[in-house]
Design a protein around this ligand. Sequence first.
Ligand code: CA
Length: 636
Amino acid sequence: MYADYSTDAFEEKYTYYGNDLGAAWSPNGTFFRLWAPTADEAAICLYRSGTAGQQDLIRRVPMTPDRNGTWIASVPENLNGVYYTYLVSVNGNTVEACDPYAVTTGVNGKRAMVCDLESTNPAGWEQDRSPILSPNYTDYAIYELHIRDASSLACSGIKHRGKFLGLAEAGTKNRSGLPTGLEHIKKLGITHIHLMPVYDYGSVDEANPGKSYNWGYDPENFNVPEGSYSTNPYDGFVRVREMKQLVQALHQNGLGVILDVVYNHVYHTFDFSMNQIVPGYFSRENSQGILSNGSCCGNDTASERSMVQKYIVDSVNYWADEYHIDGFRFDLVGLLDVSTIQKIIATVRKKHPHVMFYGEGWNLNTQVTKENVPLAVQGNAWMLPEFAFFNDTMRDTLRGSVFDYHLPGFVSGARVPKESLLQCFQGRMSWSNDPKQIVNYISCHDNHTLHDRIAEALPQADEEELAKRSRLAAAFNLLSTGIPFFQAGEEMLRSKKTLSGRYLENSYRSSDRINGIKWNRLKEPEVQKTVLYYQGLLSLRKGHELFRMTDAGMVSQCIRLLPNAPEELTAFLLENEKEAIIAAFNPGICGINLPLPEGTWQVCVDNGRAECDPFFCVSGEAMVEALSAFVAILEK
Ligand code: CA
């Protein structure tokens, strides 16, 4: 039906290259530019409030057609804080839509707001700098967190519960006096917080945020912070200012900020502003008018169309420029085309060389509207050398398949060939062996938590055993070659157990009780031990470059299976000119004696304890305790 959007003729005529789409504010006037090539008529509606349905129109401003399918208008007065929509007629049908380029909106994202962005900057914003200095992805450690989960429960001791500001609070404690929220996170040794969607999404009513919960993978306004995370969703300035305050606070605590961006689909296909203004342009549709649905969300983004690509490239650049964002995680990036991702990386990196990029490169069944367009799937990793992908092989090898969650993985007793474990530890996948392209993980928001997945495979195991097996998995994941990543609370044995005793596999719209981080659990001895274990592993990783190598050739030269290790143990030898490291993993229920190569070995990881500084020495042989990891170092 709309196939001509993807033709060369359409694109030559209607691709707009300027950087002034949206509303450009100045004290003396605001300039609007809208891309609406199929429109017969376009106008701006100016409103006093940002609430859809309020009868508070100030006036309508007609727009005039300009080049490449754009429409323009100037309003020579100070419109800062004035709300607006576009009124567009296509084929006799008139629609009122939000501005796809809106930088902020009123409640629930229906009306855009003209905004003097500088006035939203918190004090000291001009001095705000990214704390990320290393350009090497393998030096990073990423922590995936939902804004609301961090502080939704009273046990967080956090004042601004469920808000941007809640995660920015300093010195928060639970009832036992143990640090919570940012205070807990900054001690872990991670480098980046990956925030699950914080753009404006549609599934939570911003007027009543307590009534529902959602992860937020349902975008409405891609360049606007979500209103339910602000203290006042009605005032367009507040969500922008508070999100900047959060970024500033995280930066001041030494943490980089990564946004989870979901350009691959929109919440309601035909309610999405760009699809209203240019009917169906944003989404893939075949010649029969059937929407492509590789995303399983009802629509796939037609990133191969020139003005969709431009929109996505502009959007990512906007977050990096305006909010000082340090990285982007692309949801179902396998639906987007390679060229869009290449342009994003090239344009963002010109200004912000430290910004990192990664995503879910799964192969999905999507109908691209042009021919021979490569997609950003794992198999095309070679076309995107600066883009990393989630390593599902690591996840499934260690904890078991996501498709049959009763099957065990390596840490729950499955027999896995040593060569496969070596490949995981070396970050050597079929689709890439470049360490900076491999995001290693054993839990994220999707599927079971690590604890719950192990419990599903081992229903007879008690909590102590589950904790030991969780720590074993963490040691393997966090010490492997690549980029370590984990879900918030994994270090606290996070569980999503329902009142009926079931482990929830998909909690995307479950309650705060299920999803919220249970900070009161920090007082449990196994939880405390596990938090310390993660801290120790991350500082050990930081202290030894053998865990953070950036070159595939060096990895295969420096990491191999330890010769002469007992069959029941998986043991690796990491070695360079400075030192040798043995990393051994025992998923069995008996301790195993490991013969050590000559020398005095300094032990940093043993029986559920991990530290950067060795805590004892051993020579000849070492006992690798049941259900645990062991790491020892020999200086040369
Ligand atoms: Ca919203």
